[in-house]
Design a protein around this ligand. Structure first.
Ligand SMILES: C[S@@+](CC[C@H](N)C(=O)[O-])C[C@H]1O[C@@H](n2cnc3c(N)ncnc32)[C@H](O)[C@@H]1O
Length: 229
């Protein structure tokens, strides 16, 4: 009697890499049906909305909390800025669905911050949990966990990058309750930034006691938000 032929499990569908107009890349996330970063310029969005939006580009010792780490585009933009200014960066991110290491590699190849030893270690060890790497200019910790049930640091972050896919696709990270928890992670004077300028997000940020400011958006978006504790 012969055994039935072994069935090969279906391969994961390939991630679609997107080349964006500023020369940087992002990719399409199949689970949420949305791109990780802006199709109008992934690096430009990271720099404008998050690095400059939180004023991390002028902070002498930034401590960044990010939701979620995704492809690390925001991390590399922040790292490159800190290295260019000679300041030390402490970066803590949450990510519950780590993208494959080869996708992080393909998106970052030749890009901003990609040559830094900390990024090389990300590529070498990803997604080995718990992930922590330290060099003389940066400490990066990535928690592979659902941020909704995580014990978040309190009064710690000088900057919070709220980048967990859009409110329509991932409403759980935009609820007033969760935003109020996020506000508690900010140190006094700390700044939360996000690409969404939706009215319900603005109201949730204000209800959490933050001072909300609308800013011009990155390419492709009219406005984005900054909220200061
Ligand atoms: C828009 S992408 C982030 C892009 C990323 N900041 C970058 O620079 O490449 C959103 C990320 O948030 C993660 N995410 C969404 N909800 C989450 C949750 N509840 N806990 C942890 N990570 C979450 C997703 O898996 C995804 O990788």
């Amino acid at each position: 009697m012969s055994l039935p032929p072994a069935t090969t499990p279906p391969a994961d569908p390939p991630h679609q890499i997107i080349e964006t107009p500023d020369g940087s890349r992002t990719a399409h996330n199949l689970r949420f049906g949305e791109a990780y970063g802006s199709r109008h310029g992934a690096h430009t969005q990271a720099r404008h909305v998050f690095v400059e939006g939180t004023r991390t580009d002028v902070h002498p010792a930034p401590r960044v909390l990010e939701i979620g780490f995704g492809l690390g585009v925001n991390f590399r933009a922040t790292l490159a800025d800190a290295v260019a200014r000679g300041v030390r960066l402490d970066y803590v991110a949450y990510e519950f669905d780590p993208a494959p290491a080869e996708l992080l590699r393909a998106v970052s190849e030749g890009e901003v911050g990609a040559k830094h030893p900390a990024w090389q270690e990300v590529l070498d060890r990803w997604p080995h949990a718990p992930f922590e790497t330290q060099t003389e200019d940066v400490r990066l910790t990535v928690h592979f966990a659902d941020v909704l049930s995580a014990d978040l640091p309190q009064d710690w972050a000088t900057a919070l990058y709220l980048d967990g896919f859009s409110p329509t696709r991932n409403p759980e990270v935009w609820t007033p309750d969760f935003i109020s928890r996020l506000a508690g992670t900010l140190a006094p004077g700390g700044v939360l930034a996000t690409y969404s300028a939706a009215g319900h997000v603005r109201r949730a940020l204000a209800a959490a006691g933050l001072s909300v400011e609308r800013r011009p958006g990155a390419p492709g978006k009219r406005e984005c938000l900054r909220a200061v504790r």
